[in-house]
Design a protein around this ligand. Sequence first.
Ligand SMILES: Cc1cc2nc3c(=O)[nH]c(=O)nc-3n(C[C@H](O)[C@H](O)[C@H](O)COP(=O)(O)OP(=O)(O)OC[C@H]3O[C@@H](n4cnc5c(N)ncnc54)[C@H](O)[C@@H]3O)c2cc1C
Length: 487
Amino acid sequence: MKKSIAIIGSGFSSLSASCYLAQAGYDVSIFEKNATVGGRARQLKKEGFTFDIGPSWYWMPDIFEKFFNDFGKSTSDYYELDKLSPAYKIFFQDEVITIGDTLEKICTEFERIEPGSSVPLKKFINKAATNYDIAINKIVLKPGLSPFELVTPKTVTRVDQFFKTISGDVRRNFKNPKLISTLEFPVLFLGAKPSNTPSFYSFMNYADFGLGTWHPKGGMYEVIKAMEALAVSLGVKIHTNHTVDKIEVSQQRAKGIVVNGELKTFDIVLSGADYHHSETLLDTSYRQYSEAYWEKKTFAPSSLLFYVGFNKKLNNIEHHNLFFDTNFETHAEDIYDDPKWPEDPLFYANFPSVTDASMAPSECETGFFLIPIAPGIEDTEQLRAQYFDIIMARFERLTAQNVKNNIIFKESFCVKDFIKEYNSYKGNAYGMANTLSQTAFLRPKLKSKKVNNLYFTGQLTVPGPGVPPSLISGKLVAELINKHHSN
Ligand SMILES: Cc1cc2nc3c(=O)[nH]c(=O)nc-3n(C[C@H](O)[C@H](O)[C@H](O)COP(=O)(O)OP(=O)(O)OC[C@H]3O[C@@H](n4cnc5c(N)ncnc54)[C@H](O)[C@@H]3O)c2cc1C
């Protein structure tokens, strides 16, 4: 008899785990509260426009490829990938920096801004490439059970990089504030301030400048569709519109899950929902982490998001655009140090229809705008409207065009929606930050210490926030389950 396993949620980590577990011979069933799979990576289709609701940067293509290779497949069996050229554009108050699709092009752009800067840039990226190799091949594939996992012949020579910060490293090598912001941007994906992120994480700079920015034709949701198809082909049963209300435990063993008042029994339970929420599905005595524990942690930001349909093609934009025309430090303080709505927010705008005609009706533009904000802050319609006006005015000025009268529709998504749609702790957008004290074995554990057959996966566990780490998290937890309960 195959062992049965219930997976709560259908985000990247749950889908990844489901594939590995089905391949290993388990009878796998996914229970997702929402109507469609994908978790934070769902899709909005409206009036001929296609929006990715969550992630839009396809970085680290090697990790996606490795995932499909593990099942004898390739990404190209499911979706078409384009390397974006340029990768993205950054708007500053008085200048625009364009990040090309090769290091050579990026060096030329750095030289234009700060003569001589291509020399330290090449050195910085070389070191980042070595860190990437160590991180991806030696560190992130560890389940975070003990500090000794981090001790390898290659990591011991880099211990200092865990105690220095990215921010310090960048400032030692570059003087121009725009180049500093450019090099600090990638670590924002890890959810913390660059001044609080170990310099070893410069491997994100290699992911950016070395491996490039890609786009799956049709959007990021194509990856979810691919994983869903793979999971189904491996025998995974997917139940959407199924909210799990309780994990039923008896004598330190999960008996199963309660859905619509009915207990469904399983041999093993795995939750890919936000860790904090997953533990609230247990009786208090079976929870490992207290409210005080979560309260003390540094969470990745929440976001105010707008999905906008424009009835014309826009000028002076690329597929990905960062608006860094205001103070990076002040905005970061408003997120992490003294949580409040930022006065002059940085923001990000994504127009996938610039490179992919399938994302919008002809002669139209699909626009996604994101302002990172502190998790848990006040979220009202009035605040959303106020911030839309702020960023639209800046967008029009910096891209030298009028667009407000060309909006067919706009939808917003913020703290309250993250809580309602995903049971996200304080409405965080992408989990728990990867700071020094919240890295690897210091993150919430994949296996419950109190319930023998209960496991967790996703961006609050190892390795951390982001789509590639979520794919890896699913693989790690599947390996751990297989080790403890092999069929
Ligand atoms: C706006 C935004 C932009 C982002 N941009 C990027 C990017 O560009 N690149 C990148 O790599 N990453 C990005 N990320 C991060 C990335 O999307 C996440 O790290 C990743 O999708 C997390 O996957 P997960 O499996 O951990 O969790 P989730 O996607 O949150 O999945 C958890 C699932 O559990 C379900 N669930 C919760 N409670 C229950 C319950 N009681 N019963 C049943 N189901 C339940 C939820 O509905 C959800 O489907 C972004 C995230 C956001 C929000």
